[in-house]
Design a protein around this ligand. Structure first.
Ligand code: CO
Length: 360
């Protein structure tokens, strides 16, 4: 399997629910370590890799988050069913009747969020969506003691969606879980690989953050450590090119290139930086698209308001069906994002960054 597809497969199949990003961090460490001069972590587990360019400054922070939507074990019922606390923005109907893995001290435990059969439901009940408070994970245990003893399940153990990566019917589309934001991490690795071959006139920090899905926490701590002059966040964009979703909700389409957020609930990009990115895209013949969302939230917002403020932008690879067990992305959009971000960073010398940071 070619390198990038293998990387996306490994990153999306890895289990890293919010707060439990260890398996993803291990992949990032392995991939980035041959390409950068040093790596460290912040106090909550974000990985910060430093690529030294031909100049020590400006400092460019490239970020993407390692965590995915998940859960943790709340308690086990006397009958051996697992009750859970959700982590991140789940939809109730996205949780139910799906496969999960619980990561225990004894290894991986498989289970399913059981859903009552319609055979026994009234017409009224069939029309209702089940609420998460009533859900549980069936791990095939015979009792609470069986779940704790034989399977090793303890309160606080992380739970991740169980869904595997596939190339969708041989085409350019890939299907899998956690493209939000493993697609950003894979792009970050490829950008650093490119910058390692042709060094930029700056210091670039590739930061794989933790705990984005519950409030951008790792981006806050890591941006304080990095002290960037410019922030570029890589995320999964909201594709709106399938039945039942409208351009009023989101505007990105698979295959139309990387996206640039112009508005989301967490931040506005720096417009000079937007124009700079668009100019680079045009010069390189890379198609780009724009996204204006009323909701959402992303790590760029924390980078932007760290220290005395940092011109920042959020660049995406569009993904369908985010925050569910299966998303769909287009490989061409990924390639475009990697080339665009590599070229943008390669043009970020002291003069360019000083101009981007000037409000005169
Ligand atoms: Co995300």
């Amino acid at each position: 399997m070619p390198r990038v597809r293998r990387l996306l497969k490994e990153l999306t199949n890895a289990h890293g629910p919010t707060g439990f990003e260890g398996p993803v961090r291990a992949i990032m460490r392995r991939e980035l370590s041959p390409l950068v001069s040093d790596m460290k972590t912040d106090g909550v587990g974000s990985l910060i890799a430093h690529l030294v360019g031909s100049a020590e400054s400006p400092r460019v922070m490239l970020s993407a988050h390692m965590d995915e939507l998940g859960m943790l074990v709340k308690y086990i019922t006397p009958e051996g069913f697992v009750k859970f606390q959700t982590l991140g923005g789940w939809l109730d109907q996205g949780i139910i009747n799906q496969r999960y893995v619980i990561l225990t001290r004894k290894g991986t435990v498989q289970g399913v969020t059981g859903l009552k059969t319609p055979h026994v439901m009234s017409a009224e009940d069939r029309a209702k969506a089940m609420k998460r408070d009533h859900m549980f994970i069936d791990v095939g245990a015979t009792s609470s003691d069986d779940a704790k003893g034989r399977l090793g399940i303890r309160p606080g153990d992380p739970i991740a969606p169980d869904s595997t990566f596939v190339q969708l019917n041989g085409g350019k589309l890939y299907m899998g879980k956690a493209f939000d934001d493993r697609v950003g991490l894979a792009a970050m690795i490829e950008v650093i690989r490119s910058l390692n071959e042709r060094r930029p006139p700056n210091s670039t920090f590739a930061v794989a953050t933790v705990q984005e899905e519950i409030g951008l926490r790792g981006a806050q701590t890591s941006s304080y450590q990095v002290r960037p002059d410019i922030g570029i966040n890589l995320e999964a964009g909201v594709a709106a090119d399938y039945p039942g979703i409208s351009s009023d909700e989101a505007q990105e389409r698979l295959g139309d290139g990387p996206g640039i957020f112009l508005h989301d609930a967490s931040m506005l990009p720096n417009l000079k930086l937007r124009d700079f990115v668009v100019e680079v895209a045009q010069a390189r013949g890379i198609p780009v698209q724009f996204e204006v969302l009323s909701g959402y939230g992303e790590d760029g917002a924390e980078v932007q308001r760290s220290h005395e403020g940092v011109p920042s932008i959020n660049i995406t690879v569009p993904v369908r069906y985010l925050h569910n067990h299966n998303g769909v992305m287009n490989r061409e959009d990924f390639n475009g994002a990697v080339e665009l971000v590599s070229e943008v960073i390669r043009r970020m010398d002291a003069k360019t960054v000083a101009d981007l940071r000037s409000f005169d």
